[in-house]
Ligand binder design. Structure first.
Ligand code: HEM
Length: 675
């Protein structure tokens, strides 16, 4: 045992730790591109190697013998040892790697968690990992060397390859495994001589060779088996679709939950006059997308045309791999909840100014009222401008662009009508407005907003964030207010049609604002617990972004079905919200789901903000906006919904929103709005 500089106690790394760290690509925040099955075989190879180094098993080319069943105390290794001990027939390493490979995913999860616990790795939202530089850099003592954990393993391996140093047995096994997966050449610059040296290293250790061979045989075997084993993707008959009550009401997640129950996690829909569509749905799909999506699925293709509408290329949602990780890391602070909490005063006052325009007796279309309310604060807080005069046009333009260029539910020329051309020009106007107020002199002394961060990124690296992308990124908050507004509209509808909840939320609001505007502790604390869980339940039942679109970039087998390279897939990540085994009695509105011990939202089954690398960066701040808007609405007004008994109709495209026909009625002003 040794102590890291930060005081963290560390132990020597296992082979699995070493393999995971060597495969970690710091630039992309995840492993080097090792196809899933190969990675799983390599991880199990490392587990067997570690058991062998700890004298629990012995293995050669033909057999694997149990030497000592005593547990090692390592939770990643002991289940493997137990399985080997429980087998009565003697098997070889190839057999065990194939048998155990399905467990590799949980071993990887455990290893990543442990490395995070040891402060070697840092976990970022969106399932990215990077090295913790400061805590570790001076901590890992390796004889005379001090270096980061990854440098430590990699330095030893590179010395063995390039300086002919004698490698230790652990490093030999890692070299063998990584070479078998064919990623060594991405980690080191190998010439002919060093490739020969790698071959020599792999021959140095019998165990390493035996395990690497076993991994290699499994990898090759899988390639041959893959297409033979995969089953055809079931096709949903169109009559089935049109009869679905969920399709008629526009409830996309409920529709896909229903189809998943009948057709399984992968199914195809063949709509007339459109390309065939492959859908993925269910808990295993969600887990796979969250963890492994980045290896097989690409975001760029489906957004390519849409980006052009705004004149941009390489916008955040359309990036993949290392570029995407870099962009996300740079811009993350601008979307943080902490930054918004520092500006709560502004959020309250902008929201109040908009609410002051509400007149008793008037009725407003619900979605428009909510979009306008959200935009009143979001636009000045994030990009420093008022934009209520163009909000409606900007939202219409984005909706049309999504319908023509992403959903393809309208022909492309529909974005070229005179009205849409005029709206397209407004995007330039908004960009100008933002640039005009973001001169150095005007921003002096003000807290940085999103536009400041984007413009700094642009100044620092004009290739990475070029001028051509500014139109989109600087006008995006006006688009985001459309999403938040629509989600808020569902929430308001759910509250107004359930009077008991309305009373409770109003109770929380009145207590919160009783002595003036609340501070950040009060608004995030237990006094808003019902409101918070109420919002969560609304986002389960009415998630406005119910699915994500991707293109398959590496052919893969998912839940027994082969997805060929180039196919477009629709990931219905919120179908799980309507599955009874995950959310019991899914049609019942129940906010206690989110309390311990039930915690039904934990894991990947609850996904209103998406999954994996592209999951929503604005999630935490969105929650703050929605909560503040809702609480202030009911604190200052008594509101109602026109025709409360009417069934909720949902417009499903391009994202889900309550039917535009729903009207919000302002029945009473409960108190004056302070200026
Ligand atoms: C209720 C409101 C919102 C919902 C339901 C929502 C949902 C989502 C979802 C599902 C994704 C993933 C899309 C995909 O995988 O293709 C996403 C991505 C994203 N969202 Fe949100 N969002 C909301 C509001 C916001 C707001 C207010 C902001 C910023 C001000 C924001 C910023 C982003 C960004 C930057 C991404 C792309 C992240 C990336 O590609 O790495 N979102 N959102």
């Amino acid at each position: 045992m040794s102590r890291a500089a930060s005081g963290t106690t560390i132990r020597s790394l296992s082979l699995i730790d070493g393999l995971v760290l060597t495969l970690l690509n710091e630039e992309s925040g995840y492993f080097r591109q090792v196809p899933g099955w190969n990675l799983h075989c390599a991880v199990m190879g490392a587990a067997l190697g570690e058991l062998s180094l700890r004298s629990r098993i012995d293995t050669d080319m033909d057999s694997l013998i149990l030497l000592d069943p005593t547990p090692t105390g390592d939770p990643a290794l002991d289940p493997v040892l137990d399985k080997i001990a429980a087998e009565s027939v003697q098997r070889n390493a190839q057999f065990w790697i194939e048998r155990l490979a399905p467990d590799a995913e949980s071993i990887i999860d455990m290893t990543l968690d442990r490395l995070v616990g040891l402060k070697i790795l840092q976990h970022h939202e969106g399932e990215f990992w990077s090295l913790v530089g400061s805590a570790w850099r001076s901590g890992m003592q390796t004889g005379s060397d001090v270096g980061t954990a990854v440098e430590h393993v990699k330095t030893r391996i590179s010395r063995a390859i390039f300086d002919n140093e004698i490698p230790d047995p652990r490093d030999i096994i890692i070299v063998c495994l990584i070479d078998t997966c064919d990623v060594l050449r991405f980690i080191f610059d190998l010439d002919e001589e060093s490739e020969q040296r790698v071959k020599d290293i792999c021959r140095m250790d019998l165990i390493g060779r035996a395990i690497a061979d076993a991994v290699g045989q499994n990898i090759a075997g899988q390639l041959l088996r893959q297409s033979a084993l995969s089953r055809p993707i079931p096709v949903v008959p169109l009559r089935k679709l049109v009869r679905s009550k969920h399709l008629r009401s526009g409830n996309v997640p409920a529709l896909f939950a229903e189809l998943q129950q009948e057709f399984g996690p992968v199914f195809e829909i063949r709509p007339p006059f459109m390309d065939n569509m492959i859908f993925l749905a269910g808990p295993d799909i969600n887990h796979w997308v969250h963890r492994n999506g980045r290896m097989y699925l690409r975001a760029r293709d489906y957004l390519e045309d849409f980006e052009k509408v705004y004149g941009g290329v390489g916008l955040l949602p359309a990036l993949d791999g290392a570029d995407h990780f870099r962009y996300r890391k740079s811009i993350q602070p601008a979307y943080s909840r902490t930054r918004l909490l520092d500006q709560m005063g502004d959020l309250f006052s902008y929201t109040r100014s908009e609410l002051a325009k509400w007149k008793v007796g008037e009725s407003r279309p619900l979605t428009t009222a909510c979009r306008t309310l959200v935009n009143a604060a979001m636009s000045p807080i994030t990009v420093g401008i008022e934009s209520q005069d163009v909000r409606g046009d900007m939202h219409k333009f984005k909706e049309r662009a999504l319908k023509t260029h992403v959903g393809r539910t309208l022909p492309k020329f529909m974005l070229k009508t005179p009205g849409m051309r005029r709206r397209a020009r407004l995007v330039d106007e908004i960009t100008e407005r933002v640039l005009n107020v973001h001169t150095r002199a005007q921003r002096a002394g003000l807290p940085a907003d999103l536009a400041d961060d984007l413009l700094t990124m642009h100044t620092n690296d004009r290739q990475f964030l070029p001028e051509s992308n500014l139109r989109f990124v600087l006008s995006a908050p006006l688009i985001a207010s459309m999403y938040v507004g629509d989600q808020l509209a569902f929430i308001v509808y759910a509250m107004l049609t359930q009077p008991d909840f309305y009373d409770k939320i109003r109770g929380e609001a009145d207590a919160l604002f009783a002595d003036g505007d609340p501070d950040r502790e009060a608004i995030t604390g237990s006094g808003t617990d019902v409101t918070r869980r109420f919002i969560m339940e609304c986002m389960r039942l009415y998630p406005i972004v119910p699915m994500s679109v991707r293109n398959v970039m590496n052919a893969c087998e998912v839940e027994g079905c082969e997805l060929s390279e180039g196919r477009r897939v629709f990931i219905a990540q919120t179908a799980t919200h309507y599955m009874a085994d995950l959310f019991p009695d899914p049609l019942t509105f129940d906010i206690d789901r989110y309390e311990a011990p039930r915690n039904e939202h934990v894991g990947t089954r609850y996904a209103p903000y998406g999954l994996g690398t592209h999951s929503c960066l604005g999630a935490r701040l969105t929650e703050m906006y929605m909560m503040t808007n809702l609480l202030m609405m009911v604190h200052y007004f008594r509101i109602d919904i026109a025709s409360r008994k009417a069934k909720l109709k949902i417009d499903p495209f391009p994202s889900m929103s309550p039917s535009k026909k729903l009207k919000l009625v302002v029945s009473e002003k409960r108190r004056e709005l302070p200026a």
